[in-house]
Design a protein around this ligand. Structure first.
Ligand code: DGT
Ligand code: CA
Ligand code: CA
Ligand code: ZN
Length: 599
């Protein structure tokens, strides 16, 4: 965490505590100041060294807040904040992670029921105590009960999009060293799960002590959790990072083991047992001649004792593989399994039978079918966005700004007249850039599945993405009906971010994905994998249902700025988690292929 981030976080905590104790207006001022401190290009400690006036030069930071920032940088604490924490000793971030619970509610519940964390909140709701508090009712209480599990998980797991750059930075720091033979991420981050518990790194080296030292000296490491001889853990950007160091000739076995998932590893180990082999983090060993390791007990009918729930972590027998991960799989008579598939959902059998999917790859994408400009809530012009797409080697570019409708607040969306006006602007932009531009729209799917843009306007556009933006708390049946209706709409080409979830923030819709997938396939409507790392929507499971039903997938960034076009990789790996092949991805097609799908 940069110092600016750290100061901003303190100011936000200050704002929450003030709001919880009933103070008005001031919390808003602190939050605005926090936002500007976070985005400020100059390090705040440098400004603080120059004095309060220099700090107050930051937008929205007045004298009073500047004084607090200087106090924090100089002493490591803000006295008034320390006092507020004592007055209200609660896990504010944890409690306010519950949808519908804000700082005010936290303040009230602490005053009346002394609730200070998620466990106490859940217990009070289960005991029916919350509905007795004035201003609260049975509905609020039920709402809290429904949302606590999601909040708890969101506190414990980091978004892939936040963790992956940290992991990449660690890899770059360690991977370039002469004494490192190989370095890889493993665990859930290598499987590209949408959220990760901790980051796992694996390094092959003979110089264990030096590597541990280099790792704890990694500039992003805020604290060392433990440092041993073959492994170490640090905290970076709020996430735990585990490093293991192994001998180069055992790297492949260790990579296979620590990539997981556990369920996948159990399935692979059982395949080894069936072949008189033993697989663990050190290698694959032939144990047919080793006493007590033979196949007889493992293969005995109805005898679970041979089932390798946990591996026997010893080096015994003749080693037949382990230097490379592919070598481990091949020695088990199976194709190497891409990490995204390793969830024990049929991939072991598919790899053994030679029918793994030909998964889509980042380089397969030829253009983005869902992007925004300053015509709606994007920060850049049509030309700037199209040029950014051309620079990235795309073959075509779609502009799909927001239409007006449910969920579009503050006049962000385009009405029918605006869309017509934008068509002329797109035409002009086509002359200015070197990439074909398609004119699209992101229409809003209302609670019943209808669109809020008229048919005539939709018909005139090259492409229509339709997405839900409001009424995201509706029940599963209504959500299924809604999304099925939307994909049946004759002008809809792509169902955008189908559930509307925001990872760790709101769960979004919970439709019957099979039913939506079938409706999409039947109507020739593609289902989007939105690559924004806060969304990753559809997720792998939804993609697999879509593929299974014969529907097409579109991997889109939903970029609101040029650099967000680089999020495409998160979408591609999410599509891979859903077993998507290149041929099933709409924007892996040529412009002609795309046009024929659209017409
Ligand atoms: P996470 O961190 O919760 O997002 O999930 P993972 O999959 O990264 O899990 P983690 O960090 O606990 O361990 C990384 C991988 O190492 C895991 O997927 C499988 C393997 N592994 C670690 N410890 C064990 C163990 O005690 N038994 C087995 N079978 N596998 C393990
Ligand atoms: Ca992990
Ligand atoms: Ca771990
Ligand atoms: Zn959207």
């Amino acid at each position: 965490m940069s110092r600016n981030d750290e100061v901003a976080t303190r100011l936000e905590e200050f704002a929450d505590l003030l709001e919880a104790t009933g103070v008005e207006y001031k919390p808003t001022a602190y939050r605005r100041a926090a936002e500007n401190v976070r985005d400020h290009p100059a390090p705040v400690e440098g400004l603080a060294a120059e004095g309060e006036d220099a700090v107050a030069e930051i937008d929205r930071v007045g004298d009073a807040i500047a004084a607090k920032i200087v106090e924090y940088v100089e002493t490591g604490a803000i006295e008034e904040l320390t006092d507020l924490r004592e007055e209200l000793p609660v896990d504010m971030a944890g409690l306010t992670a519950v949808e519908g619970v804000g700082p005010k509610t936290v303040g009230t519940l602490y005053d009346v029921l002394e609730i200070s964390d998620l466990d106490e909140l859940e217990a009070a709701a289960e005991a029916g105590e919350i509905q007795e508090v004035s201003g609260f009712g049975a509905k609020t209480e039920q709402n809290i009960l429904d949302n606590v599990p999601f909040a708890r998980e969101s506190r414990e797991r980091t978004r892939l999009g936040d963790a992956r750059p940290v992991a990449d930075d660690a890899l770059a720091h360690l991977g370039d060293r002469d004494d490192v033979a190989a370095a890889e991420v493993c665990g859930s981050i290598r499987r590209w799960k949408p959220t990760i518990g901790d980051i796992d790194l694996l390094v092959a080296s003979q110089e264990r002590e030096r590597i541990v030292e280099a790792f704890t000296d990694w500039p992003a490491a805020d604290a060392t959790i433990e440092a041993g001889t073959g492994k170490a853990s640090v905290r970076a950007d709020g996430t735990r990072v585990d490093l293991r160091i192994v001998d180069p000739d055992e790297f492949g076995a260790a990579l296979q083991y620590f990539t997981g998932s556990r369920a996948h590893n159990v399935a692979v180990r059982n395949r080894a047992i069936d072949r008189d082999l033993k697989l663990n983090e050190y290698g694959l060993f032939d144990v047919s001649d080793v006493d007590g390791e033979g196949s007889e007990d493992a293969d005995a009918e109805g005898d679970d004792a041979g089932d390798a729930e946990e591996p026997d972590a010893t080096r015994v027998g003749e080693r037949v593989a382990g230097e490379t991960e592919d070598g481990v799989y091949e020695a088990l008579d199976m194709a190497p399994v891409p990490p995204e598939l390793r969830e024990d959902r049929g991939e072991v059998a598919a790899a053994a039978e030679g029918r793994l999917p030909l998964l889509v790859e980042p380089a397969d994408l030829r253009g983005d079918l869902h992007t925004h400009t300053d015509w709606s809530d994007g920060g850049f012009s049509i030309v700037e966005m199209a040029e950014a797409a051309a620079e990235r080697g795309h073959d075509y570019h779609v502009v799909s700004d927001h239409a007006t409708g449910p969920g579009m607040v503050g006049g962000v969306g385009l009405d029918e007249d605006d869309i017509e006006e934008q068509a002329a602007a797109i035409d002009a932009a086509r002359d200015a850039v070197d990439i074909p531009i398609l004119h699209g729209i992101e229409a809003n799917v209302d609670a019943d599945g209808e669109l809020s843009t008229d048919d005539e306007t939709l018909a005139a556009l090259d492409i229509v993405v339709a997405s839900p933006h409001a009424a995201l708390g509706q029940d599963a049946d209504a959500a299924t009906e809604r999304l099925a209706t939307a994909v049946e709409h004759p002008h809809v080409d792509i169902l955008g971010h189908p559930t509307g979830r925001l990872i760790n923030e709101r769960p979004g819709l919970d439709p019957d994905v099979e039913a939506v997938a079938q409706a999409a396939a039947a109507n020739g409507t593609a289902i989007e994998v939105n690559a924004n790392p806060a969304r990753l929507d559809a997720d792998g499971e939804f993609v697999r249902a879509a593929i299974g039903a014969g529907a097409t997938i579109a991997v889109n960034t939903d970029a609101h700025a040029p650099r967000e076009l680089d999020n495409a990789r998160y979408g591609v790996h999410t599509a891979r988690r859903g077993w998507a092949e290149t041929s099933q991805v709409l924007n892996a097609r040529s412009l002609d292929g795309l046009r024929s799908f659209l017409s």
